[in-house]
Write a protein that binds this ligand. Structure first.
Ligand code: AHM
Ligand code: MG
Length: 336
């Protein structure tokens, strides 16, 4: 009967977050307002992505369309939309975007208490061929509202209040954790609303899929090499794992969350820190992987305990099912 109820009793993302926040008597609705601005940004990007082929939004920045207007590249456009939405929310004080070298200090007229780190459109290599891409974000609280500093953006992941992503795929899916489990919402295009479709997501404790760019294998370290060898030629009588790799972190993580398994972007000889960015890729994904019952490991330690030194620093990362990551942790321990 639940399906029936859902059809007439719609749990929108705003209603869901309002419900959650009402458990905290001190809550004044600031978080809900901030989130509704992020959601608006995601809806805009979703619409732009789906029209990209038609509107010739893709292509080189500076191209002109048939009307002679300048066209912006999708990632440039997405970044502008999020920056403006976040500032106009009046609830942020400091923003870090993958697209911008320096952090943005929000003008005092619009200043609030939240710090937002985000990658407005991740998976750039997949934009021009219509493969799923996404937005990733994480939210912190400023330490002292009267004195905002760069340090506020360099907090360890374990201080995140909330993290999420929006995947622009066959449907538009918004996955959110406010530190109290993980919930998934799907955009109903006719309503323009995200509706709760995946309540309380838990990642399977063990998975049958591994996800990695194997083209880098010649430069991998020993534990990564051993792990992937085990996936293909298991010695424990289990069948081999399947390989799935989209090359869009949001899509690879979304599948890992729902089906279980392991996603890795390890360090290698050419990229000793891996590829993915700590603040707005590794931390948010690690945050809700743990919230869903999985683990996030860097090859040395729990990812969320890292203390960032620079805004755009990178970190190796292994994310996924509890048992699969545990096996990786054991391989690293044995290689010391
Ligand atoms: P981007 O920020 O330039 O889009 O790069 C990040 C993307 C991730 O979405 C994905 O996990 C990874 O890069 C794939 O990298 P590779 O092409 O090296 O496998
Ligand atoms: Mg990125």
């Amino acid at each position: 009967h639940e399906a029936d109820t859902n059809r007439t009793d719609l749990m929108t993302i705003t209603r869901f977050v309002l419900n959650e926040q009402s458990k905290y008597p001190e809550s004044r609705g600031d978080f809900t307002i901030l989130l509704s601005h992020i959601v608006l940004g995601c809806k805009f990007v979703c619409s732009a992505v789906s029209k990209a082929g038609l509107a010739k939004l893709i292509g080189l920045a500076g191209d002109t369309n048939v009307q002679g207007e300048e066209q912006k590249k999708l990632d440039v456009l997405s970044n502008e939309v999020f920056v403006k939405a976040l500032i106009s929310s009046g609830r942020t004080c400091l923003l870090v975007s993958e697209e911008i070298e320096d952090a943005i200090f929000v003008p005092s007229s619009h200043r609030g208490k939240y710090v937002v780190v985000f990658d407005p459109l991740d998976g750039s290599s997949n934009i021009d061929c219509g493969v799923s891409i996404g937005t990733i974000f994480g939210i912190y609280m400023v330490k002292d509202e009267s004195e905002v500093t760069l340090e506020d953006a360099l907090q360890p992941g374990n201080r995140m209040l909330a993290a999420g992503y929006c995947m622009y795929g066959s449907s538009c899916t918004f996955v959110l954790s406010t530190g109290n489990g993980v919930n998934g919402f799907t955009l109903d295009p006719s309503l323009g609303e995200f509706i709760l479709t995946h309540p309380n997501i838990k990642i399977p404790t063990k998975g049958k899929i591994y996800s990695v760019n194997e083209g880098n294998a010649k430069n991998w370290d020993e534990p990564t090499t051993k792990y992937v060898e085990k996936c293909k030629f298991p010695q424990d009588g289990l069948p081999p794992k399947s390989l799935r790799y989209i090359g869009s972190m949001v899509a690879d993580i979304h599948r890992t969350l729902l089906y279980g398994g392991i996603f890795m972007y390890p360090a290698d000889k050419k990229s000793p820190h891996g590829k993915l960015r700590l603040l707005y890729e590794v931390f948010p994904m690690s945050f809700f992987m743990e919230q869903a019952g999985g683990q996030a490991f860097t090859g040395k330690q729990r990812a969320l305990d890292l203390n960032p030194k620079k805004l755009h620093e990178r970190s190796p990362i292994f994310l996924g099912s509890y048992d699969d990551i545990e096996q990786m942790i054991e391989l690293y321990a044995a290689s010391k």
